[in-house]
Design a protein around this ligand. Structure first.
Ligand code: GUN
Ligand code: ZN
Length: 431
């Protein structure tokens, strides 16, 4: 029977593996005339339209998309919803930027209604840009996470968020305590973690704003609730790294501060990691931790160019992040454009396959959600997008010249942005 079933026909692309680990051709599936079959919000099948249509009941509605590409929704592995309205704040690098712009902005999130309004804006920007799942920083206020999850739940989204833990080196009215941070996090986990499609991330801001006691308490939460995430920042900026070694003289580098508090693991995501030593990559790899690569942010704050090759050499899980508001775009396509340029500056090539892998399946693996989101494997949640090559004249003329899939995908990753996202579907439903 066709109840609950629907299908989408057009060009289809999704990834099965990291192009750096298998051959490029083995890493993806591409169907020039493809069909994506959805059953009750989950992927039932993907393949060549002509083959699949033979067995599909005739009354299943097939929606056709021409001149575009059907792909899994993008996954943003590091972003601050509370910083949505302060993007493009001028002139500073990380530590001054936090002091001058970010902390004042985040104070507003003591107010639940403010949080809901910004969460609504943030999530509509994400969906417009084709991003269907994100790992999201709240602020120190428990209300910020309450607001975010309330809005994300209404939209039926798969989202991960957490209340910031910070109890030192920050304004007094933006500071929690070891005990209040623990209690607030625990209450939020109990209420929201695994409610519908929502999951919780224990979120110490970064080592400088957390005492050792607070980091240890975060580690205790991870032991009490093994399926929650750990989300923080790591080795983003040179001055930050020097400060961490002053604040934690007994640690063997930045990552070791987190390691000593038992914060590394399969569901731990560290944003940036721009300046990592080999031994730190080794440790991230052996603990199955992940890095969020945030190129627009790293360029905007002048933090540096992430060493993707080093992460590949040590087999570290990597996802892509916008890091709004240090990042400058909600679009993962724009983020890929700048990501490509950061690798050019290093003398390394970022192939369009690796790029689009990072934006989808790479993110799902970084978040330990492979099989649930990130590709069109049978049973995956049908969060997908439809890209439109003709949405802008420049993309249109340039795509028409492409003779290979590789060239086409590269052009898409360089010229694409939210204008090229024609439709976003959540659990099979167009939003
Ligand atoms: N490190 C600590 N807090 C932040 C933040 O809000 N943004 C970025 N980019 N880095 C940070
Ligand atoms: Zn960040």
């Amino acid at each position: 029977t066709s109840t609950g079933r629907k299908a989408y026909r057009g060009e289809v692309l999704h990834f099965l593996a990291d192009p750096a680990k298998v051959s490029e051709e083995e890493s993806y599936q591409y169907f020039e005339d493809g069909l994506l079959v959805i059953n009750h919000g989950l992927v039932e099948a993907v393949g060549n339209a002509k083959d699949l249509l033979k067995t599909l009941p005739a009354d299943v509605v097939v929606t056709q998309y021409d001149n575009g590409l059907i792909m899994p929704g993008f996954i943003d592995t590091h972003v601050h919803y509370a910083q949505s309205e302060m993007v493009a704040s001028y002139g500073e690098q990380l530590l001054e930027w936090l002091e001058n712009y970010t902390f004042p902005e985040e104070k507003k999130f003591a107010d639940l209604e403010h949080g809901k309004r910004v969460a609504e804006f943030f999530l509509s920007q994400l969906l417009d840009a084709g991003t269907t799942t994100a790992l999201v920083f709240g602020t120190v206020h428990k209300e910020s996470v309450e607001a975010f999850f309330t809005v994300a739940q209404q939209k039926k989204l798969r989202m991960i968020c957490g209340k910031v833990l910070m109890n030192q080196n920050c304004p007094d009215d933006l500071s929690d305590t070891v005990e209040s941070g623990y209690a607030d996090s625990k209450a939020l986990i109990e209420k929201w973690h695994n409610t519908d499609r929502l999951q919780y991330a224990v979120t110490p801001r970064f080592a400088p704003t957390c005492s050792t006691e607070q980091l240890n308490k975060a580690g205790e939460l991870l032991k009490e609730y093994p399926s929650v995430y750990l989300h923080t920042h790591l080795s983003e900026n040179k001055d930050e790294i020097a400060w961490v070694s002053e604040l934690f003289p007994d640690s063997d580098g930045y990552l070791d501060v987190y390691d000593k508090s038992s914060l590394l693991g399969r569901r731990s995501v560290f944003a940036h990691g721009v300046h990592l030593h080999d031994h730190e990559c080794q440790r991230l790899s052996e603990t199955n931790s992940a890095i969020a690569f945030c190129p627009t942010s790293n360029l905007f704050l002048g933090s540096g160019c992430f060493n993707l090759k080093q992460a590949e050499e040590f087999d570290v899980n990597v996802g892509l992040g916008t890091d709004i508001g240090a990042g400058s775009s909600f679009s993962m396509l724009t983020t890929l454009n700048e990501g490509y340029k950061t690798q050019q500056l290093r003398g390394d090539k970022l192939s369009p396959y690796k790029s689009l892998y990072l934006a989808t399946l790479g993110g799902a693996i970084a978040l330990d959600l492979e099989g649930t989101i990130g590709n069109f494997i049978q049973g995956a949640e049908a969060d997908f997008i439809v890209l439109d090559y003709q949405a802008t004249p420049l993309m249109d003329v340039r795509i028409k010249r492409c003779t290979t899939l590789t060239e086409k995908l590269f052009v898409l990753s360089m010229l694409g942005d939210d204008r090229h996202v024609k439709a976003t579907h959540i659990m099979g439903e167009k939003v």
